[in-house]
Design a protein around this ligand. Structure first.
Ligand SMILES: [Zn+2]
Length: 317
């Protein structure tokens, strides 16, 4: 036997990230705001001076937790992307038949766009997630409407790009006509903060991220990677459509085991522990508006009561 038993992943880091019900506490939980509430942040670049980074993932639009996700091969590697192709094929079916079901199905297989920015929270009516390292720099999944607002503000010359990190950005949660959470009324504050105001952060952990090496961004995928994912995802989707459970359940009822697997043999003297497949959690989905909507049903967060807020009160004067 020639087993390779070395564990490559940084397991401790991974476990830390999974703590608190799989929530990644580096991520800004602005979606916990209630309707009408505002959070004031500063947009700051990453270590390489990038204001944001973008990627596309196939999977989240399926809305099947068991289906996982994969980076788009075309966007991340310039390869042909089988998942994009599946979407286009379905769109062609729609064009040929006029059957809208094909169009809806196409949407499910196309990639979802993500834009990530880094922020420092200046003021918040809700408790902001705090990661174990207490880094004040949070990662924010930027809603589409806010990205557009930022682009317009810059392209119309209302804000010079050098002033962005010193101009508070007010995240305002509202509801759109469809009743979904919306951030389209977010805006830049008129008053800039001075560079010396940033001194309040001097004795805090303020570490900028590096988007070129951020584990939240899925690794670049090849055509083969996507094809592999697609095969699995189609299986999961098929099962879901047939009304079967897709969750990483801990029961093995119904799923008849045809033969004894090695683990069974290893455990044969022990009481067999329930198997649990890791359920891929799409934390980042929480940033999406529909998920944000669901978040609202959760118990209300208590108001932030940290020293930071007190210091920032001074800052606001
Ligand atoms: Zn793709």
């Amino acid at each position: 036997m020639n087993l390779k038993m070395k564990i490559k992943k940084d397991l401790k880091n991974e476990i830390n990230n999974e703590k608190k019900g799989g929530k990644d506490l580096r991520i800004l939980n602005y979606y916990d705001l209630k309707e009408g509430e505002k959070m004031k942040v500063l947009l700051i670049p990453d270590v390489n001076g990038e204001l944001w980074t973008k990627f596309k993932k196939h999977g989240p639009n399926l809305k099947l937790p068991g289906a996982g996700s994969v980076n788009c091969a075309y966007t991340s590697s310039g390869d042909n992307c089988p998942a994009c192709q599946k979407g286009f094929d379905l769109l062609n079916e729609f064009n040929d038949t006029g059957d809208k079901a094909y169009k809806e199905e196409a949407k499910r297989w196309f990639a979802r766009d993500y834009t990530i920015v880094s922020v420092i929270v200046l003021e918040s009516p809700i408790e902001v997630n705090e990661s174990e390292d207490h880094n004040q720099v949070k990662i924010m999944y930027l809603p589409y409407a806010m990205e557009n607002m930022i682009k317009e503000t810059v392209s119309e010359g209302q804000i010079d790009q050098d002033d962005i990190p010193f101009t508070p950005l007010v995240i305002k949660k509202t509801k759109n006509a469809g009743g979904w959470a919306s951030y389209e009324n977010s805006y830049f504050a008129r008053e800039k903060i001075e560079e010396e105001d940033m001194e309040v952060f001097d004795d805090m952990v303020v570490e900028q991220y590096d988007y070129s090496d951020l584990d939240i961004i899925p690794p670049a995928a090849s055509s083969e990677d996507v094809a592999k994912w697609l095969e699995k995802a189609e299986e999961v989707d098929e099962k879901a459509k047939n009304g079967e459970s897709t969750g990483g359940g801990s029961t093995d009822s119904g799923s008849a085991k045809t033969k004894e697997n090695p683990l069974d043999r290893i455990n044969k003297k022990k009481e067999k522990a329930p198997e649990s497949e890791p359920e891929e959690q799409e934390e980042d989905d929480a940033s999406q508006e529909e998920e944000a909507q669901e978040e609202e049903a959760k118990p209300e967060s208590k108001p932030q009561n940290s020293a930071l807020k007190d210091r920032l009160k001074k800052l606001r004067k």
